[in-house]
Design a protein around this ligand. Sequence first.
Ligand SMILES: [Zn+2]
Length: 121
Amino acid sequence: MNRQVYYQILKRLGVEVPADVPAVETEEVVVEPTGISPPIPVHCLRVALRRWFRLTVAEVDGRRPGAEEVESLRQEILKLEDETGPAYAGPVLREEARRFQRETARCGWCGNLGHDGGCER
Ligand SMILES: [Zn+2]
């Protein structure tokens, strides 16, 4: 039996109930938010770098991207590099450039063909 109810019964029966009867204890269940977690910065950084490499290649091929697009992407990459942490962002950058080179045969840094041993630019 709930202690509070018990005391109420005692009171009704005329039994002295101490004043410091604790409040009714409710069962409180804290529900932690679960499920979808926000995309981690390193994944966003990889995606943004890919876009940057593609823009670089497009420019070399004569499709000059808009200055606004380039600037906003540059800002996004800087922000994501910051969030990822410089110690980790550097290797991610080089890895993504290597992957891009392997998949497209183009250098992500200068947009030209080759440079699989690294860009001399
Ligand atoms: Zn290059």
